[in-house]
Design a protein around this ligand. Structure first.
Ligand code: NOJ
Ligand code: CA
Length: 570
């Protein structure tokens, strides 16, 4: 079935599975490329880099908020949902971005900040000045700050209460995040209508989906903790039904930083679907933990728990993003271990997390960066890369808050690392100048010129992954091994060809987190005698033994992707 989009966006056909095959790239408009030399990245700058992203092998962009905003929370403080921030360009620039991305078969997903607005939003201004007017109940107002006592403070470094007093209305308003971000009142049906209008507005520009910011927090009940409460799920089901009905092929991606079962619940069930994807917050910190503990068992556990999501849903796996590496949903002991390994300087910490980029977290160790990416690109679900991580960009912990890892993209060894022609002092944030990561040597141009650079390596991995349906669409089964440092799983995809024949594709993925070489036996019951080949080179490996065991040796932090062909065909 091929349907055109109901909007004039050129070029894309209906594909209800695209999100299951896509490699996503998170790119902050402000940080990527400055087209007019004012020191701030913009939409035209991003458009000028689409060829680069296409070359890299990116299928979809995720753009954090680029809407009118006082930028007190990187744009997650939205002052007008349907206006583009003037520094970034115009709505026509945005339409052009969508059209030019679509021409390259690349999709565009934008952030939808559902839970709260900026206190500068007209809805809030009207709510505080006119309590009896149409926006009077758009936010959660109380006479005291004693309500909703079980709701946690998410930014404990900045706030010590979820209530703030408004001197105009002379009441308290509820806020989950910064006090300048009042929470919308989802008990008010008019809020639903207003948000549905925003969603339709952007769908009409041709966007391919939304990352739903802070989605567990829409509803809070007096007795509950205000996370993942049932009416929040009901709202998402309604939003999903609207998309399926009016805009098939567009997706919803949940930012739900919750315990594993609660996170999965944001994808709903086959009968009652919610989001098409949810970020894999449960797996992410466990990857970093395994890299230092040299122990894969917690990853094994969490991957084994993770099977039950609807057929058309997919996990969004990631290593880093524009926020701190969150340690909210891990035990205290675990958190302290992570701080010890990765945030030994207190400046590296924020709230319950670590505000560093991938390459600096891993101390710029190429083998670790490769291992982390290899795992990211073979886990079940679709990977999300964070801009700059493909060249191993570093961070700047002397900047405030999460700006540490939102510095300008490093393109060339030139002024401002090629990000902007502005006076360096005018940049929205300085380019990283540290000894190890400064833009003079860590940049796209230099890495393009070196065939063994991280950039070429990442690109090659993306292209190899794309050519293996097992690695994109396959299910995942964890295997037993006799070494605690080794994680092994099989990705398997059953391709039904046009003539009705079924072809099974399988890839065995093996990762060693040990800081020294290891020998391991992997159990492949039912695969006695199966033939293995290296995915990259095609080289033959020893076959699985008659007892279903496979003996492998792996170098320090090594990995394999091996195709499996059964010895017996059924
Ligand atoms: C999650 C976003 O990723 C983060 O950057 C933001 O501060 C909070 N939501 C509040 O909107
Ligand atoms: Ca600019």
């Amino acid at each position: 079935m091929t349907l055109q989009y109901p909007t004039p966006s050129p070029g894309l056909e209906l594909d209800v599975e695209w999100h299951k095959r896509a490699v996503f790239y998170e790119v902050m408009v402000r940080s990527f490329a400055d087209s007019n030399g004012d020191g701030t990245g913009d939409l035209q700058g991003l458009i000028s880099k689409l060829d680069y992203l296409q070359w890299l092998g990116i299928d979809a962009l995720w753009l954090p908020p680029f809407f009118a905003s006082p930028l007190r929370d990187g744009g997650y403080d939205v002052a007008d949902y349907t206006a583009v921030l003037a520094e970034y360009g115009t709505i026509d620039d945005f339409r052009e971005l969508v059209a030019k991305a679509h021409e390259r078969n690349m999709r565009v997903v934008i952030d939808l900040v559902l839970n709260h607005t900026s206190d500068q939003h007209a809805w809030f201004q009207r709510s505080r000045t006119d309590p009896d007017g149409p926006f009077g109940d758009f936010y959660v107002w109380r006479d005291t700050d004693a309500g909703l006592p079980h709701v946690r403070v998410i930014f404990p470094d900045a706030e010590d209460s979820n209530w703030a007093f408004d001197s105009e209305r002379r009441q308290f308003y509820f806020h989950r995040f910064f006090s300048h971000q009042p929470d919308l009142n989802y008990d008010n049906p008019a809020v639903h209508d207003a948000i549905f209008d925003v969603v339709r507005f952007w769908l009409e520009t041709g966007v391919d989906g939304f990352r739903l910011d802070a989605v567990p927090y829409l509803y809070a009940s007096e007795d509950g903790n205000g996370e993942s409460e049932p009416p929040t799920h009901e709202f998402l089901k309604r939003l999903r039904a609207m998309l399926d009905d009016e805009y098939p092929g567009r997706v919803m991606i949940a930012e739900a930083n919750q315990w594993p079962a609660e996170t999965a619940a944001f994808m709903g069930t086959a009968d009652e679907p919610e989001c098409h994807m949810a970020f894999d917050f449960p797996v992410m910190p466990r990857i970093f933990h395994a890299l230092r503990s040299q122990d894969a068992r917690e990853l094994v556990e969490v991957l084994e728990e993770q099977t039950d999501i609807p057929e058309d849903a997919a996990w969004g796996v990631f290593l880093r993003n524009h926020d701190e590496l969150s340690l909210e949903m891990v035990s205290e002991e675990y958190r302290q271990a992570m701080y010890g390994w990765y945030a030994y300087d207190p400046r590296m910490r924020i709230n319950l997390g670590i505000r560093r980029r991938l390459a600096s977290l891993l101390d710029n160790a190429r083998s670790e960066i490769e291992l982390a990416h290899a795992l990211l690109l073979s886990l079940g679900g679709s990977p999300f890369l964070y801009y700059g991580d493909e060249i191993g960009m570093g961070d700047n912990i002397w900047l405030d808050d999460r700006d540490a890892s939102r510095t300008p993209m490093q393109w060339t060894p030139d002024r401002n690392a090629g990000f902007s022609t502005a006076d360096p002092g005018k940049l929205y944030l300085p380019v990283v100048q540290s000894l190890v990561f400064n833009g003079h040597h860590v940049n796209v141009e230099a890495q393009l010129a070196q065939s063994r650079s991280l950039l070429h390596w990442v690109r090659n991995m993306l292209h190899v992954r794309r050519a293996n349906a097992a690695l994109t669409l396959g299910d995942l089964r964890v295997l037993r091994t006799d070494h605690e440092s080794v994680l092994a799983f099989v990705r398997r995809h059953r391709e039904v060809r046009k003539d009705g024949t079924v072809h099974e594709h399988r890839v065995l993925c093996v990762f060693s987190f040990a800081h020294a070489p290891v020998a391991v036996e992997v159990q492949l019951p039912g695969d006695e005698g199966a033939i293995l080949h290296d995915v990259f080179s095609g080289a033959a490996f020893p076959a699985v033994s008659g007892a279903g065991g496979l003996s492998l040796t792996l170098g320090t932090q090594g990995f394999y992707w091996l195709t499996i062909e059964s010895a017996h065909h059924d």
